[in-house]
Design a protein around this ligand. Sequence first.
Ligand code: EPZ
Length: 416
Amino acid sequence: MDKIVIEGNKPLSGSVEVSGAKNAVLPIMTAALIPVGKSKIYRVPELKDTRTMIRLLEIIGAKVSLNENTIEIDSTTVNNPEAPYDLVKTMRASFYVLGPLMARFGRVKVSLPGGCAWGPRPVDFHLKGLEKLGAKLTLKDGYILAEADQLKGNEIRFEFPSVGATGNLAMAAVTAKGTTILHNAAREPEIVQLCEFLNKMGARISGIGTTTIIIDGVNDLHAADIEVISDRIEAGTFLIAGALLGKITVNRVELKHLDAVLGKLKEAGCKIIVGNASVTVTPPDKLKPVDITTAVYPGFPTDLQAQWVALMSLAAGSSMITDTVYHDRFSHIPELSRLGANIRVDKNTAFVRGVDSLAGAPVMSTDIRASASLIIAGLAASGKTQVSRVYHIDRGYEHIEEKFRVLGAQISRETE
Ligand code: EPZ
């Protein structure tokens, strides 16, 4: 297993380019299963998760070719609508094949994802929604078997604007008979791009980007091409690192997707200069403590919560970080404490008392974003920090240590 080794407390400067968005490309890859034909996806980030998704599409029968950051998916030969436990347990996003395979075949066998590092992450909204479209579901050996001669449009109201459930049911409903209305739907940019891709393939979706998405079923879709949007979470991660470590420019970003994090960085005293598809952050002399409460888009993303905790651990004062999307997403806290951070967690809030400095130590990753927060803290800490289990970070960040090295970080990867 690899570990990342950091000699910290070095100022960073320069510019970095963000990659295509993981959370946009994964559902887009599954959507390419719906039509019969060859779809091309550009600006695909080179991640462990995209490789896992390629393996899943191949198991289902698609022919997939990857050339640098371009994927071609030929769904002509798809014949096995099944997502095995071995893959689903390594990547929850595998569950995104449920909708497309129902839209294409009217039947699918998908392993239930199970829990993750920070607790239960049910998929009940996905399943209830599919039943509302007329599918018959059975649970057997940890697998969901879903069947329907013909899905029928219906009104679905989500208890919570789930990203995954909105995406899965939008994909299931594109070939359903009649109209489906998704109420309290997700507005995340990644779901907006998924719906735009479905429309490019001939779907009829309106209300994209609002809380009410309307899908008028069509007989079938055709293949299409798309370029993936920028990864706003990767961009936010580098901007938060800059707020601690030096003047950094992040290029090839979608500015409007960064409003929430840029607003908070300004509150913390950072100077923010926006250019055409770029943002430059300059750290303040003294970082102000700033509370955040995560929320669904366009609120402050939960996927930047851990990185914000790392930042606030060195602020001049105390702050509160509340996660309303995942109430128990704090597995990074004990590891940050090993570096000398002073943080207490109560229910879904972390109370951070800023310290003057952090000191390097061996720490362990537990998930993608927790690993990013440990790398940021390690870059700020004096001495050596070793982050183990970095396969987590490889799931969500393309060449992260190379990108930080370009900014002047002393960071390397070693095999344990
Ligand atoms: C997506 O996960 C992202 N993953 C997550 O990013 C992100 O944290 C999350 O959205 C929230 O923004 C991908 O896009 C692949 P949800 P998803 O369904 O779709 C509850 C990362 O680091 N819920 O919006 O699984 C759920 O438990 C990952 O890149 C139900 O109760 O998230 C959670 O509390 C981590 N029942 C809330 O809703 C359901 O059926 C939001 O989950 C579905 C969700």
